[in-house]
Ligand binder design. Structure first.
Ligand SMILES: [Zn+2]
Length: 244
């Protein structure tokens, strides 16, 4: 498989560091976690590849410093694939699993589901938030049923502030409020008064009330980084605090 003709792309069998090999998901275990093959190549637009390299190296920074886990490999079900949308231009990544060197994992068909442990659910929102720090479009399990077995991220839209009118951003914040700060929001993508109040409480826990992630891109990237560190470390919001 590859991207559509007419777009330039490079072939890569890892992201970030050579050791972070790409592995393709081929099927599922009985518990729903993905079964992945050995190292394989995908086609990347060169600019998008640079973002993916930074995304995973920075994720490893957070996972090693907040939870003591190092990235072993990265599971996928396609990057450059000739179909409509950003995959055709090799500017989209379908992420299935992150595996750590200690054998633990965050699986995009498994970890988000309500029956899983809080640690898994926190890991899933951390991964989604980390994708959103490097790509403007991040489609998760709460976006639609087609994304309940992988997270799609692409750079068709640049990284921006938290958009309260956009379902992908709203559901990510709602789920983060629930998993990191004990809220009970419906993860429905509608930014109403309950979501706003819960968001403000999460912002307060992070000691970020002096910032404006809903209006400012760099504030949003920092806000998302607090979701990443708490999620990867399996800690409640407030364990790590921003300097306001
Ligand atoms: Zn996709």
């Amino acid at each position: 498989m590859g991207h559509c003709s007419g777009y330039s792309a490079v072939s890569r069998n890892y992201v970030g560091l050579y050791e972070y090999e790409l592995r393709h998901r081929t099927s599922y275990n009985s518990d729903g976690t993905g079964i992945h093959g050995g190292r394989h190549s995908e086609h990347f637009n060169s600019t998008f590849l640079g973002s993916c390299d930074n995304w995973i190296k920075n994720l490893n920074f957070f996972s090693s410093n907040y939870g003591g886990r190092n990235v072993a490999w990265v599971g996928d079900v396609g990057v450059g694939v000739c179909k409509p949308g950003m995959h055709g231009q090799a500017r989209a990544f379908d992420l299935t699993q992150l595996r750590f060197t200690n054998g633990s994992f965050i699986d995009m068909n498994y970890s988000w589901r309500s029956s899983r442990t809080l640690a898994h659910k926190r890991g899933y929102v951390a991964v989604a938030a980390q994708c959103r720090r490097y790509a403007g479009t991040v489609l998760t399990a709460w976006y639609n049923s087609a994304h309940q077995n992988h997270i799609h991220f692409d750079n068709g839209t640049a990284v921006t502030y938290i958009r309260t009118g956009v379902k992908t951003d709203t559901t990510l914040v709602q789920a983060s409020c629930n998993f990191l700060n004990g809220e009970s929001l419906a993860v429905d993508g509608i930014w109403g008064s309950l979501t706003e109040a819960a968001y403000q409480r999460l912002l307060g826990r992070f000691n970020m009330r002096c910032t404006n992630p809903k209006g400012n891109r760099s504030d949003a990237v920092v806000f998302l980084s607090y979701i990443v560190r708490h999620g990867l470390a399996n800690r409640a919001a407030g364990t790590y605090r921003h300097n306001c």
